[in-house]
Each structure stands twice: as C-alpha cells, then as structure tokens.
Design a binder for this molecule. Sequence first.
Ligand SMILES: Cc1ncc(C[n+]2csc(CCOP(=O)(O)OP(=O)(O)O)c2C)c(N)n1
Ligand SMILES: [Mg+2]
Length: 392
Amino acid sequence: MDENGVDDAGDGATDPLADEDVYRVLGPDGSPLPDATVPDLSDERFRAIYRDLVVTRRFDERAVSLQRQGRIGTYAPCAGQEGSAVGSTHALADRDLISYQYREHGAAVVRDLLSEYLPYWMGHEAGTEAIADGNVFPLNIGIAAHLPHAVGAAWAFAHRDEDRVVACHFGDGATSEGDFHEAMNFAGVFDTPTVFCCHNNGWAISVPRGRQTASDTFAGKATAYGFDGVRADGMDPLASYAVTREAAERARRGGDGDGGDEVGGNGTADDPRPVLIEFVEYRFGAHTTADDPTAYRDADDVDPWRALDPLDRMEAFLRETDRIDDEGVAAIREEADDVVAAAIDAAESVEADPAAMFDHAFAGLSPETRRQRDDLLAAVAERGEEAFLREE
Ligand SMILES: Cc1ncc(C[n+]2csc(CCOP(=O)(O)OP(=O)(O)O)c2C)c(N)n1
Ligand SMILES: [Mg+2]
C-alpha cells in the first residue's frame, strides 16, 4: 500500500497460483489437473498448438535480436504470453476475425501470416494490409482504440447473418480507457458476437495492476455490462483454448440454427452473447525494446511465472501422453528456426517506397499533404534515395 491507500504491487509480487477462480487444464508441471477436462482434440491439433508456441517464441527471440541490430524498429516482446494468443486462436474458425493490440504475435503465427506480418515491424504498411486477408485486423498501438471497431465488425457480421465472431485482444491497461467501456456496453446491449480477450500481465508498462483498477478481477467488469466474464490461465494453452472455444460458441449461438438470431435480442438464452475472458499471465521480458523493466520490478518477481512457461507445460503434456518424443521436439524446433528465418528473409526483401507513407491516412490527399509528398518525391529524385538513408 502507498500513502494514498493504493495497492502498489504488481501481480508479480503475488503467487501466480493463489487465485482459485482461474480456469486451468494443465498444472505447473504440464500434467492435467485431477478434475480438469482436457479438450477433445486430435493428436495433430495438440502438436500444432505446441509447434505454434515454439514458432512464436523463436520469432520473439529473433525479433528482439533484429531490433538490437537496427534491422527492425521498436518491438513488443511476448515471451510468457504465447499460451493465450496461440491457444485462443486455435479455438476459432479461420473465418473469425482477430483484432489485437500489439503483443499477441501468436495469432499471426497460427494464421500462418508471419512473412506478411513482420514487415509491419520494419515500417512497411504493406504488412498490415496483407494480414487482413487472413482475417486479422492491423495491430493497434493507441490503447483500446480498436475495441469499438472490433465490436462494430462483430455487429456487422450479425446484421449480415454471417456466422463469424470477433476475438478482440487488449491488455489490463486498456480497461482504463473510455473505449473499453463504450465497446463493452455496446456489445452487451446489442449482443454483438465478440469475444473480449483481456491479457492481464500485471503491468501496463510500469503501472502495476493494483494502480490500474480497484476491481477484484478484470473479468468481473463484464457484470456491469450484462454478460459473462471468466478468468483463465493464459500461460496454459489448453485452458486458453477451452475458454475461448466456449466463449466463441456462446458468441455465435444465434447464427448456428439454434434459434435466437435476432440482432440485439439482449440476453435471452438463445441469443448470441459477448464474453469477456481475462487471461492471467505475465510478460517475462521488457514492455518493448525501448523499456527497461528493472526500473520498476524486481527480477525475482518473474521467477514464479517462469515456472509456468507455456512451452514447457505443453511439451511436458505431449511427452507424458506419448504424443511427442525427443525426435518430434527436435523436428519442431528445427521447423521453427526455418519458418522464422524464411519470414525474416521475406520481410527484408520488401522494397521501401517513400511515397507509401502518404497512402493510407486519407481517402484522398489534402492539398498540404499532396505538396509534402510531391516535395519529398522531388527531393528523392534529385538527391537519390541513398541521401535519405540513416548512416549505419
Ligand atoms: C491511448 C494511449 N495512451 C497511452 C499509450 C502509451 N502506451 C503504450 S503501451 C501502454 C501500456 C498498455 O498496457 P496494457 O494494455 O496492459 O498492455 P501490455 O503492454 O501490458 O500488453 C501505454 C500506456 C498509448 N499507446 N495509447
Ligand atoms: Mg498489461
């Protein structure tokens, strides 16, 4: 507590397993918990989830390294948080739309969009354009600003009678923005098929969870908007899968012939209903490559969460249930190296077009921005592109 009576602790100061209302399938060592229901998936699907976790981790390591070499811009590492992004995306249909903040890289991995996605982090707008074809909205840096858009897209699906839901990802910090509350309220009133995925990693840069909200849980905020909120272990890929699967079914119920497909039926048993999932998790690394977490949290805080590493738990589960052996693990790691290396090669071969920065901000350029673009292009033509490149 500080002098104002505010709980100043991040969740990192607490025992990650203390909360009993957090849904888990796997224990810390990867064994299914005694009362847990393991999702009924094929062996291939279990292995695909593990493969996508490994690819996401490898992508993360390489992206941080590329940033250190000056080959990409600022990057938001996701190590520790792969379980929720990968598990939840496996629970969706390919036609379902994903709208995310900036840290849920696992969603792009599951949708097989890494080569298209990485150019964004290198400053190419083409990267965000390409992932739209895989039903992924461009990532969003303006905190919570994508939530009303995600709800609008879900509402449009309902009106068009399209059997699609929107999974909308954001952080614990995003829940303090007005956009979060407006989006949640609208979704509750109009029954939009939206799965709100709140990634509670205990921190919004250096602001701990205790300073973000006085609510007991983030999931509990759904009560105010008239729909369900559920807490799940975001470092347990199978729990993340199971809760998202159930939430997506709830969100799409009106469109699947069960009746109740009236838009805005608002809460009768057969109507589609939004759901808020709070994924309880932790980021092992820095907020972004521009951040130094030792300035606001103890290195020791991370240790209890590292013990819940989603990759280790998933691998242990697969080994214990004879779904993978040493050879299988080695093959997946090798594949991950190759997939990520190929994505980097593809991204680095994208040609930069200086005029592209003017392309997507307006439907048509204003006279002033047209003048700026023309001036830039004239200067490039006169002095050559080399004159505009930073000296390495
Ligand atoms: C509207 C707005 N305000 C402030 C910022 C600066 N900012 C960037 S990330 C961030 C923290 C967000 O925390 P959270 O939603 O918990 O996501 P996390 O980074 O933990 O994944 C802030 C405040 C921003 N990008 N947008
Ligand atoms: Mg956060």
